[in-house]
Design a protein around this ligand. Structure first.
Ligand code: FES
Length: 764
């Protein structure tokens, strides 16, 4: 590896001493991996750790890009021992004929997709739903066993054993000695992702060797049952029918790896979830009072304190990540725990926010073609555990304790979670029927769109002609989630319809949201209802905030353009740039001064940067000049009427070296099945072909097939449902992709866009 690749950041600066000395076995990372990488997320997102001999990647977008490209960034080293084994340990492993090779986790294309395709059926939502009864019975049995005791270690009593038994059942593996398998799992984790001393390596090698032989023996027993049920039996049959694809060694390697993978990540996630929710009493009580929050709360725990905190890849060619060149053969540690705390993707990321709208976009399950196949089974188990505990033991509390973790780079969960409660206060002593009053949830990711919090209007006043300003606070006085400039919320009207409005609060206001609503006489009626009915004391429902219109604080220059009510997100951006002490220019167009909101505040706070263009005074913004004079690399953020945004897109064509970020609020017309045609949708990574009928969207069809796709607006406005397009001619109907992006033909917005021809191929 050339020296300059090892020690230099882009621009030739050396990596900082903190980066070069980064050691995931040090106390900071072991205590809190996301916090240990804060310095990296903030200023050094890709660097070389000399201690670990790996390139470390910490930001969300960079890690997602690496996951997405498994040709350039091979998973071949995902199960490699991160601490090189000693000769003595290797000799011990040899005694056991240990020969773990490729599994689903560390194999390359094209064989990976072929095998994954052969083994996917059992993970379809309808196939998984059948496991719900078994999971419920196991959880209930475990809670019955502790409910009158008043104390428990939730890891021992529940979150380790339930996933373990569910995994064995799913795989069709006989339920053997639990404790022996638990010891094997620990040995496998330390062997692969730990830093054992030479003496410990010997002991661990014996444990791993015994595990290898144990899994081989179980496999032989299972082969003798040709009609056996479960995923491993499917694999044994695939081995019989297609031994070239599902080889003998693959079968044995998978047997060992899957026993660990199928339960350990869920077991650790259960411990993390219970710890985090019980530490945050407000969140715990909210879940007890509103069980519909459970799917989102589980997902937020997976984001905030995931059980899988890092994955590895190796560069197959010289490649770039975040502007840093990784040489061919360079090993990469992607710290997904850090990505899940990246403020560029998650607002206020260190807070546990069980209402968080985009929480399911976390990378704890990985991303792309190697994404965890068992994610929906894990979600189901965690939801049922949380549902049983919050319903039957809402008064449970944590005992003061120090949490300990198995020292390794990649898997994380407390070894014990000690809790106590007063059995005399158990709700089912007064109401025995409560034991049976379960609440079930559909298989799959949470639907954040189904969640809404109640807010109350505390102030309403005219900000300009036809512009109503509203201040909203939580109806129960709770803090509202943090937000970043460009964010919006959805207000849900009494009719059940929702409307999006950008946040435009003053800096530092943490318990209230400010909105400005333009009365649209020709609109759908939402703004008129709010103008005529929203006053101090009015209660409303609200979803969000979400942000698809982000300020790039690292851009070398910023130009902000607002037209009419588009000033709301732009004002928040200007406030942020001013607070950061950055240079910016703010151009604000409107029909007349009387109709332009916030003029006094703009003059006060942004006077030096502000240019006003009231149309009735003949003032016009010269877009050609604006783009011509924009410094290279500048971010131009614009929000306003469609004709202004279209004109900006035209002008941007002349300056490919600036970044135009725009926010639309008007969707294109809804799907009209009588004018559409059906087409085929091939998913290259999953190896399946679906049919998109004239009355379905691509997004709906993907979800019905069990593919996780985020969404928010489902109107082509936000971009959260975007997917890679590999082949086919798209009929773009969104308001997100720029003209250049459409021309590039590599992306599609799945909630509204379709095919011009008979087929599209997506990377999914
Ligand atoms: Fe918003 Fe598709 S969900 S663009």
């Amino acid at each position: 590896m050339p020296e300059d690749h090892v020690t230099k950041a882009p621009g030739g600066c050396p990596f900082s001493p903190q980066a070069r000395r980064f050691d995931p076995f040090g106390p900071e990372y072991q205590a809190d991996p996301a916090d240990a990488l804060r310095f990296s997320r903030e200023g050094e997102p890709v660097y070389f750790s000399e201690v670990l001999n790996h390139w470390v990647v910490s930001r969300y977008d960079d890690i997602k890009a690496v996951f997405r490209d498994n040709i350039t960034f091979s998973p071949a080293n995902a199960l490699e021992k991160i601490t090189p084994p000693t000769d003595e340990a290797l000799a011990v492993l040899k005694q056991y004929d240990f020969n773990l090779q490729r599994t689903l986790v560390n194999e390359d294309e094209p064989v990976h997709t072929e095998r994954r395709r052969a083994l996917l059926g059992a993970f379809a939502p309808e196939a998984l739903a059948a496991h719900g009864t078994r999971v419920r019975a196991l959880v209930r049995e475990r809670v019955d066993a502790i409910i009158d005791k008043g104390r428990a270690d939730l890891v021992q009593a529940l979150s380790w054993e339930v996933p373990f038994l569910v995994a064995l059942n799913f795989l069709g593996v006989p339920e053997d000695d639990h404790e022996k398998l638990r010891a094997f799992s620990v040995a496998h984790t330390l062997n692969t992702w730990g830093r054992p001393t030479p003496e410990e390596q010997i002991e661990i090698a014996h444990g791993v060797g015994r595990f290898w032989q144990y899994s081989g023996a179980v496999l032989e027993r299972m082969k003798a049952e040709p009609a056996g049920q479960g995923w491993m039996h499917d694999m044994i049959r695939a081995n019989r029918e297609n031994p070239e694809v599902v080889t003998d060694n693959y079968l044995h390697s998978m047997m060992m790896a899957i026993i660990v993978a199928a339960h350990e990540t869920t077991a650790l996630a259960g411990g993390n979830m219970m710890r985090r929710l019980l530490e945050d009493r407000t969140a715990w009580e909210a879940v007890c009072a509103r069980p519909e929050l459970i799917p989102n709360a589980v997902e937020e725990c997976l984001r905030h304190s995931g059980s899988v905190v890092a994955w590895r890849r190796v560069a197959t060619v010289d490649a770039e990540i975040g502007g840093v060149v990784i040489p061919r053969g360079g090993k990469i540690l992607m710290v997904t725990a850090s990505a899940n705390h990246d403020p560029r993707h998650f607002d206020n990321p260190d807070a546990l926010d069980i209402w968080r709208e985009n929480t399911a976009e976390h990378l704890t399950f990985g991303y792309g073609s190697h994404q965890c196949m068992g994610k929906n089974l894990g979600r189901m188990e965690l939801r049922i555990m949380l549902e049983e505990l919050t319903r039957r033991l809402p008064h449970m509390e944590l005992v003061a304790q120090e949490f300990t973790f198995l020292p390794n780079t990649s898997f994380r969960g407390p070894e014990r979670v000690l809790v106590r409660w007063d059995p005399a206060r158990n709700p089912e002593r007064r109401a025995p029927a409560l034991r049976e009053a379960v609440r079930e949830f559909p298989v799959g990711p949470p639907d954040a769109r189904a969640l809404a919090r109640e807010v109350v209007v505390t102030e309403a006043r005219l900000e300009a002609d036809g512009v109503q300003g509203l201040v909203l606070e939580d109806a129960d006085g709770a803090a509202l989630p943090g937000w970043s400039p460009g964010a919006h919320v959805d207000l849900i009207l009494p009719s059940g319809e929702s409307r999006r409005y950008s946040l435009c609060g003053a800096p530092g206001e943490e318990t209230r949201y400010r909105l400005a609503i333009l009365r649209e006489e020709g609109g759908r009626g939402g703004s008129i209802w709010l103008h005529e009915n929203a006053c101090a004391g009015t209660r409303l429902k609200l979803r969000g905030p979400r942000n698809h219109f982000r300020l790039d604080e690292d851009a070398p220059a910023h130009l902000l353009v607002a037209g009419g009510i588009g000033i709301t997100p732009v004002l928040a951006m200007a406030d942020r740039l001013r607070a950061l002490g950055r240079a910016y220019a703010l151009h604000y167009c409107g029909r007349s001064r009387a109709r332009m909101a916030f003029l006094p505040r703009l003059a006060r706070d942004h006077g030096a940067a502000l240019s006003l263009y009231p149309g009735d005074e003949g003032a016009r913004l010269d877009l050609a000049q604006l783009f011509a004079q924009a410094p290279a690399g500048a971010q131009i953020c614009a929000c306003g009427p469609e004709r202004l945004l279209d004109a900006m897109e035209d002008a941007a064509a002349t300056r490919p070296d600036v970044v135009l970020s725009i926010e639309h609020f008007t969707p294109k017309p809804a799907l009209d099945p009588s004018r559409e045609h059906a087409f085929a949708l091939e998913l290259a990574d999953s190896g399946i072909t679906l049919s998109v009928l004239a009355d379905r969207t691509i997004l709906q069809v993907l979800r019905e097939a069990g593919i996780d796709v985020s969404s928010d607006c489902e109107e082509g406005l936000c971009g959260s449902c975007e997917m890679p397009l590999l082949e086919g001619e798209p009929d773009h109907r969104d308001r997100v992709l720029s003209r250049a992006e459409r021309k590039g033909g590599r992306r599609i917005i799945t909630c509204c866009s379709r095919a011009k021809g008979g087929k599209l191929v997506l990377g999914a």
